[in-house]
Design a binder for this molecule. Structure first.
Ligand SMILES: Cc1cc2nc3c(=O)[nH]c(=O)nc-3n(C[C@H](O)[C@H](O)[C@H](O)COP(=O)(O)O)c2cc1C
Length: 221
C-alpha cells in the first residue's frame, strides 16, 4: 500500500519563497505521494538520537509540519492527524538552524496556509536543551519540532475530559512525524522528559500553551 492512500488531492510543488516583511514564509507544497509505503515506514522507524552534519531543506521542514498538522481536506479543514471533535488543540513550533532561506529562529506552523510565521530570531536550541536533563540531541539537531497544546479549545466541547483527549492526540501527531521523517530519510526521537514550565519560558510560549513533546530532527548518519 502506498502512502498515497491518505492523500486527498494533489498540488504542484511550489518554489520556496523568501520571508515576507511580516515574517511569514510560504512553504513549498507538501508532497502528497512520497516514495515509501506506510508499511516500510512502520517497519524501519526507530528513535534516532544522533545525526549527520547538515541541516534540512525548507521542503523537508514543511513536509514534517504538514505530516504533523497539515490540512488534508480543504473543505472541512481536517488535518493529517485526527483531532478529538475536530477541536484542533495542537500548535507546532519549529526551532531551525541553517535551514535556507530562513533566519535561525522559532517559527509557528500555520496549517491553513501551509506557511511558517517567524516568532523570533535566534538559536533557541540551547535554551530548550537546558530544560531537558541533558538530552543533547535538542541542542545538536538542526531542527527541533515542538508540539504544544491549547487545551481550552478542546475544553469548550469536552469539559474536564479535554486534558486526557489532548494527551492522546499529541501521540497521533508525533507518530505522523516519526513516519514522515523515516520516509524522508531523516531521523527523530520523541522527547517528553523536560521541565515543562522552563521549556514554556525558553520558547516564549503564551499563557495557556503547554509544551508536550519535542522532536529533534536530523539527517541519518
Ligand atoms: C511518551 C514518550 C516519551 C519519550 N520520551 C523520551 C525522551 O525524553 N528521551 C528520549 O531519548 N526518548 C524518549 N522516548 C522514546 C523512547 O525511548 C523510544 O520510543 C523507545 O526507546 C523505543 O525505541 P524506538 O522508538 O526506536 O522503537 C519517548 C517515547 C515516548 C512514547
Amino acid at each position: 500500500m502506498n502512502l498515497s492512500w491518505m492523500m486527498l488531492s494533489c498540488s504542484a510543488a511550489g518554489a520556496a519563497e523568501t520571508p515576507e516583511d511580516d515574517g511569514t514564509v510560504a512553504l513549498p507544497a507538501a508532497d502528497r505521494v512520497g516514495g515509501m509505503t506506510v508499511e516500510q515506514a512502520l517497519d524501519r522507524r526507530r528513535s534516532v538520537r544522533a545525526y549527520a552534519a547538515g541541516s534540512l531543506s525548507l521542503q523537508e521542514v514543511g513536509q514534517l509540519a504538514w505530516a504533523a498538522q497539515g490540512v488534508t481536506d480543504r473543505e472541512s479543514g481536517y488535518r493529517a492527524a485526527p483531532s478529538a471533535g475536530a477541536t484542533f488543540p495542537i500548535e507546532i513550533d519549529v526551532l531551525v538552524h541553517g535551514v535556507e532561506p530562513l533566519a535561525d529562529g522559532i517559527y509557528r506552523y500555520l496549517p491553513d496556509t501551509h506557511a511558517l510565521r517567524r516568532r523570533s530570531v535566534g538559536d533557541y536550541r540551547p535554551a530548550a536543551y537546558e530544560t531537558t536533563f541533558d538530552q543533547s540531541m535538542v541542542r545538536d539537531a538542526p531542527v527541533v519540532m515542538v508540539i504544544s497544546s491549547i487545551v481550552t479549545r478542546t475544553e469548550q466541547r469536552f469539559g474536564e475530559l479535554a486534558g486526557h483527549l489532548v494527551d492522546i492526540e499529541v501521540g497521533h501527531v508525533a507518530q505522523n512525524v516519526y513516519l514522515q521523517a523515516e520516509a524522508l530519510g531523516l531521523g527523530t526521537v520523541a522527547i517528553a522528559a523536560f521541565r515543562e514550565e522552563a521549556m514554556a519560558a525558553a520558547l516564549e510560549l503564551r499563557d495557556g500553551e503547554r509544551p508536550l513533546y519535542l522532536l529533534p530532527v536530523g539527517r541519518l548518519r
